[in-house]
Ligand binder design. Structure first.
Ligand SMILES: *Cc1c(COP(=O)(O)O)cnc(C)c1O
Length: 459
């Protein structure tokens, strides 16, 4: 317990929840579920503060943040080093427009990211959230082809189960029915091709075989729509939002080859899997390829501030470089390259380097996997899988009603066990910040197992 922790006050907590429900429209939520009781109920937690991997509510309860607050937090809440950098930046420059002006944090961040790609992707374009980065990559791809005299390349390809954000352009390359279907009539159709999800392996097939099969389908599509396709967009190694579908790195290598052969851009959406989540800093490094566009967000600011960016090649950059303004990329957002957000990102990159985070995560991941062994071998668990600092498994729930309510029931059970986990359908996943110590790991694993057994026992 910390001495600045407010004293437990359940009346104040209830009050905050009631005020929130009256005035805040919460994201990705059927608001009525917050008002219900029973298996459809979804508690709303009033958070008072965070420390390290833990969130504390206004009633004095604590929760280990097993999903890094929607995959954004890398080095814990209230991280002293990121806090110090932001306090320093706050007294220098909070914001200045990035059109016609520049500043130290955005320049240094762009340089450092370029170095991390060995200058393969040496040009950074900034926005604030992930969906905007996807919009930028799609627009840039189309416009680069247009500037190169190939304006017929207007179509995009995404994968079955893909997720690239909620704005209309990003949603058009998203294949998650729950998010997409209501807006179907508003969306420009994209080609949806076979996912290399390794769970789709037929008898005797390896993950690499599944990747080859998926790539063959992509090849057929690229041949069929020859000259029409601008870009293929992929979530490298893990399609997170559809339920942590993982694939063999071979797929990325094959996509890169196909894109080269058919003159199509490759867009790597590393918004969720970038920043060390896959085990390397960029997930594409597992396949030794660079895309034409790489989207980053979520973890890049350490989970502090909205920041996203698209990194691209000299070739794309040169396609826009001209005396004619209309050939430029005339896209902007008010907070593009915000200095505070960039400074948080620089502090995040500094922690990666100073603490040798990728190496230490290898050891941390081994400890977490060992602690989760009882779940990996559980008779009601299928497809226990891991990529870097992401663990996932699918619950075997046969009753339709129990399956429908599994996620919300598990979420509630986990909260009772001092753990924040929000399954996607029947897929339970863990995506913790890179700061768990042995005690946190033991707690996370035990609470996950207990929550799982409680949720399954209710069915
Ligand atoms: C979260 C996510 C996005 C969207 O990012 P937002 O900041 O929520 O707009 C896009 N792509 C992937 C792979 C994501 O995980």
């Amino acid at each position: 317990m910390h001495n600045d922790q407010p004293s437990p006050d359940s009346t104040a907590a209830d009050n905050l929840v009631a005020r929130s429900l009256a005035s805040v429209w919460h994201p990705c939520t059927q608001m009525q579920h917050h008002a219900q009781h029973g298996p459809d109920a979804m508690p709303l937690i009033p958070v008072s503060h965070g420390r390290g991997a833990w969130l504390y509510d206004t009633g004095g309860k604590r929760y280990l943040d097993g999903i890094s607050s929607w995959w954004v937090n890398l080095f814990g809440h209230a991280n002293p080093r990121i806090n110090a950098a932001l306090k320093d930046q706050l007294d220098r420059l909070e914001h200045a427009m990035l059109s016609g002006f520049t500043h130290e944090p955005v320049v240094t961040l762009s340089e450092q990211l370029a170095v991390l790609t060995g200058y393969a992707l040496g040009h950074c374009f900034y926005a604030s959230d992930g969906a905007s980065a996807v919009e930028i990559a799609l627009k840039m791809s189309f416009h680069a082809w247009r500037n190169a005299g190939q304006g017929d390349k207007q179509e995009f390809v995404c994968l079955r189960g893909s997720y690239h954000g909620e704005t209309l352009g990003a949603l058009a390359v998203t294949d998650v029915a729950l998010f997409r279907d209501a807006y179907g009539p508003l969306l420009r159709a994209a080609h949806v091709t076979t996912s290399p999800d390794a769970r789709g392996a037929l008898d005797g097939e390896s993950a690499a075989d599944v990747a080859r099969r998926a790539a063959a389908d992509l090849e057929a599509l690229l041949q069929q729509r020859s000259g029409r396709i601008a870009a293929v967009i992929v979530e490298p190694l893990v399609q997170c939002a559809t339920g942590m579908a993982m694939h063999d790195p071979l797929y990325l290598k094959l996509v890169r080859e196909l894109c080269d052969r058919h003159q199509v851009h490759m867009i790597a959406d590393e918004i969720a899997v970038g920043c060390g989540r896959s085990g390397r800093f960029f997930a594409c490094e597992h396949a030794n390829v660079w895309p034409d566009f790489l989207c980053l967000s979520k973890g890049i600011s350490g989970g502090y501030l909205p920041l996203s960016l698209v990194m691209t090649t000299d070739e794309v950059y040169q396609a826009f470089y001209h005396v004619d303004a209309a050939r430029g990329f005339l896209h902007s957002h008010s907070y593009t390259g915000n200095p505070l957000a960039c400074r948080a990102a620089l502090a995040t990159l500094a922690i990666f380097a100073e603490d040798r985070v990728l190496q230490r995560n290898t050891e941390r991941a081994a400890a977490i996997s060992a602690a989760l062994a009882p779940l990996a071998g559980h008779p009601q668990v299928r497809h226990f899988r891991r990529q870097g600092m992401i663990w996932a498994f699918d619950a075997v729930v046969n009753d339709a009603d129990a399956a429908r309510t599994f996620s919300r029931r598990f979420f509630s059970a986990a909260l009772q066990n001092e753990l924040l986990l929000r399954p996607i359908g029947r897929t339970v996943y863990l995506m913790p910040p890179y700061v768990l110590d042995d005690g946190d790991i033991a707690h996370m694993a035990a609470a996950t197992l207990r929550s799982f057994e409680q949720t399954m026992a209710e069915a």
